[in-house]
Ligand binder design. Sequence first.
Ligand code: GLN
Length: 463
Amino acid sequence: YQSESPPLNLNHFTHSSPIDLSKLKQLASESTSRYAACAPLSSIDGVPISIKANISFPPYPASASSKMLEPYIPPFSADVVQALKAGGAILVGQTNMDEFGMGSATTNSAMGPSINPLPHLHPPASSSPPNLTPGGSSGGSASSVAWRSSFASIGSDTGGSVRLPAAHTNTTGFKPTYGSISRFGLIPYASSLDTIGLIAPTPSDTKLLFDVLRGQSPNDPTSIESSLPPSSPAPLDWSTISVCLPSAYSVEEMPPSVLHIWNETAECLASLGSRVDVLGDDVLSSSTVRTSLAAYYVIACAEASSNLSKYDGVRYGSRARDEAVNYDEEYSRTREEFFGPEVKRRIACGDAVLAREGSHYLKANILRNKLRDSLNTALEQFDFILIPTQTSPPFNLDDPDVKIDQNEMMSNDLMTVGSSLAGLPSISIPVTSPSGPDFWVGMQLIGRHGDDDRLLQAAESLY
Ligand code: GLN
């Protein structure tokens, strides 16, 4: 495993997360003893895992990479943290993210951007490696896995936050069915969309983690029962599996090189024996896909403005330094001083959509239902949906001409928000092709509600 010591600081871990090697060695030796006694605590005993900064993991602050929560040390551990510890995993540190999960490049962190490790792992011979973004919002998590400073990472995915960074860093990102992993201890962004998400090198590594974390928790009323499949399930019979490629996702922003790799992946599935067909506009229309992005941002911002209203400087985290004449002034000074610009923009947007008569929030939910119905109809006819995870390459932070435009960044999420709005499980796996684009691409498989095990099995055969 690589340490992140200077001179290369890729900013994958939060500032409060210096790696304590002696403690890690101690945990590793305890795990080794358990294996020697043939009594590992679980299939992830001894595995080094990092945790995104919006998951309660004391003694680290659950800062969500925001100045607002920088001093907040949660008094309890998230359910996922407890489950990992009970399974003997070695929790190596806390990873950087876009503030409160709002972003797609990990450039919106109060702790500065994380750097995509891939060019630094294979530096060009003649020049210094470019500093590219790793995708977001779980960019620190995905980068720590790609850089091998953790084997796997626990992130969160509201609209693509583990799948997009996984695609940009050549790792696997899995968003399970909504509710199948407890969110107790996850700092909320948009509650009807938030899920715990997993990043690991391969789908089978992901499956080991998922089996330790899945299931209903009394602490999270939105969690659902998810029974473990048999320990050695029958292999997938690809001749019984069907996969569709929705034409509505073949959007104009998608470069021909990504289209090409999408088709190559489909051919690969067909060569495994699967039936592969294009899904027409009659089942999932282009306008339903297009409007899903707007619906996502209306819903996410509305729920965020409500979830973030509790940060008033009184109950949690930071408080404005200057004396205020009354509580209202104190709240607004605190929020002005400690929220970053993108978070303020989204709160303002969320307040506006909730305040309008005939609320945009309700209209967005009508569009959400339409999309969910279309995706479920497609999944009645097919076992899986296959689409690319992203349309464009990561941003280059060294390029003075590249101005990261938040709206352009939002348009990147078109490929990932659909399964989030519909609550469906979805996995991004890294694909490479000699004829593919000159950036790393992920392909997403989307499965039926609750069909996470078969989805992971299918992804593993495709990997
Ligand atoms: N990029 C999306 C957003 O900013 C998704 C982020 C996420 O899944 N947390 O909302």
